[in-house]
Ligand binder design. Structure first.
Ligand SMILES: Cc1cc2nc3c(=O)[nH]c(=O)nc-3n(C[C@H](O)[C@H](O)[C@H](O)COP(=O)(O)O)c2cc1C
Length: 189
């Protein structure tokens, strides 16, 4: 696929088929992710491939947060919201977490975060090129200390930048409308 087409066709995909996605499918795409621009070549990223047991634990935190957004724990419908959210999460064919080192120097920390986002975008374009689909999620569980613990990440020195849901698209959503670039352009003398 042409680069321009990949940029145009990349969508956030919310519905996946049951076709599994393995690490072997993803490794070549990660090789492209790490070619992102990166000031000082700090290589601040870490990629965490979520296995079934980890997905199960994550699903409980995810479902808890989703259900609590609707009702409190004692409400009779809590269990139902919880169960439906957990089932939805467990149906995601594959999950890749992308974390970033948090440098003590705030300028480097910001550059490293930016570089990690560039790596994610490289990855998403490569995903599109391969006919796969992804959704970048920043659901609050990525900031939950239990999740950082579960992933073996030190909360003082690492942050999760993206939780990427991956799979073969069952449905490609239409492109959301965007303003033309000219609307954001300032011409300076
Ligand atoms: C940093 C970041 C965080 C995002 N987090 C979420 C999220 O938590 N939930 C979600 O549904 N979409 C999330 N998205 C996807 C955006 O909603 C999506 O990119 C936007 O609707 C435009 O659609 P498109 O990606 O198909 O062009 C996130 C995107 C970015 C860049």
């Amino acid at each position: 696929m042409e680069l321009v087409s990949a940029i145009q066709q990349r969508r956030s995909v919310f519905k996946f088929t049951d076709q599994p996605v393995g690490l072997a499918d993803i490794m070549p795409l990660l090789s492209l992710a790490v070619l992102a621009p990166n000031h000082r070549l700090t290589q601040p990223w870490q990629f965490l491939w979520v296995g079934p047991q980890t997905q199960q634990v994550l699903s409980a935190y995810y479902a808890e947060a989703k259900a609590l957004k609707k009702v409190d724990r004692t409400h009779p419908t809590f269990a139902d919201y919880y169960q439906r959210a957990q089932q939805r999460f467990m149906k995601i064919p594959a999950i890749l977490m992308v974390a970033c080192r948090v440098n003590d120097d705030p300028v480097i920390a910001e550059e490293d975060f930016a570089a990690t986002c560039c790596a994610v975008q490289n990855f998403l374009l490569a995903v599109t090129d391969k006919g796969l689909g992804a959704q970048w999620s920043t659901h609050p569980i990525i900031r939950d200390e239990r999740v950082l613990d579960l992933l073996g990440l030190d909360a003082q020195s690492m942050r999760i930048v993206a939780m990427l849901y991956l799979g073969y698209p069952a449905q490609l959503p239409p492109a959301p409308p965007r303003e033309a670039a000219g609307a954001f352009l300032t011409l300076l003398v």
